[in-house]
Design a protein around this ligand. Sequence first.
Ligand SMILES: Cc1ncc(COP(=O)(O)O)c(C=O)c1O
Length: 396
Amino acid sequence: MVIDDLDNENLYEIELNHPKHRLMAPGPTMVPERVKMAMLRSIRHHRSQYFAGLLEQVRDGLREIFRTDGDILIFTSSGTGMLEAAVQNFFSEGDRVLVVNTGHFGDRWVRICQAYGLTVRVLEVEWGRAVNPKLIEQRLSEEVGREIKGVFVTHTETSTGIENDIEEIGKIVRETDALFLVDTVSGLATSRYQMDEWGVDVSLSASQKGLMCPPGLGFAAVSEKAWMANRRATLPRFYFDLASAKDGMADFKTPWTPAISIIYGVHEAIKMILSEGLENVWERHNKLAMAMRAGITAMNLTLFSINHAPNVTVVNCPDGVTSKELRGKILERFGIYLADGQGRLKDRVFRIGHMGYVDKLDVIATLGALEVVLKDFGHIFDEGAGLREALDVIRG
Ligand SMILES: Cc1ncc(COP(=O)(O)O)c(C=O)c1O
């Protein structure tokens, strides 16, 4: 039987058979016990002193994680809402912008900018590769005299498994008047990110990836240069009015009733991240990604991407097996959930998320399960090689 991951009845049964569900998807991700416990606390009023104190700590923690001294704004939203907020709050109809499109989420930037009537120039990059920053420099110089108001980039492109070089791109964009806007929905707290040092003006993220919480909160980190643009920007906005959110944060208030329980969760998750140490968190992700890639390639499988992100591994499906079949079997036999390809990669690749609350054993478990299932599908490979190679990386 092939399990269709959209078939709720099947999923329900599988969950019962596998009480230990391993969510190895690139978001949402697994939530640690400590975070779950924190989210069970009683609901306090969001205008109370208690809540303001909590929000202050969350703001301070997020500043450390984004590596910024700028403003942090918190909304009840998924990551896409924050991408939309970034377009609404810093631009006016007709503004010329450059979107670097490295995959499904780059596409999303394009579609949001177009929906709001911006004049969108797109730098298309072959899926599976990071953008060459020099191409951005070239495009910006071609546009001289037709001012580009914003450059939009995705930090780690979760659909293709690549990471763009935000630091290098920042060096180029900071020489211009354009704002530099970065989607770090999957990158934050999984891969090195230094907003201020790298000259990023607006960073967007969400609770359900590196921050190890359920989906439900979105974050925007905003520089002074971006606030100057905000004063001139005329696109309509209401729920996501970042300037009024900034005013509210002066007293540690969110503009609307926030997802209070998830704020408790993020508060706890920040404590976990900072006590592990942000550098160590990045290093853990790097190492697990290297182990995963070593295991995958030793199993005679190929990786989709060239410039690897440390939080997701995108694998080409072996000949004759669809992503749905493979993922269905792994879920059925081992209770491990892997993600499908997105957009034009649907059913051609499968994506293994290793972001947030993941450790060595999650990687080993996933590779072990893959070995068993691949053998069942008749894939030819050196049995045991995947685990051996991964363990070598983990040991080293
Ligand atoms: C890089 C990236 N950008 C944006 C999003 C969209 O976030 P959400 O699904 O929370 O709206 C995702 C989620 O997968 C993502 O990985």
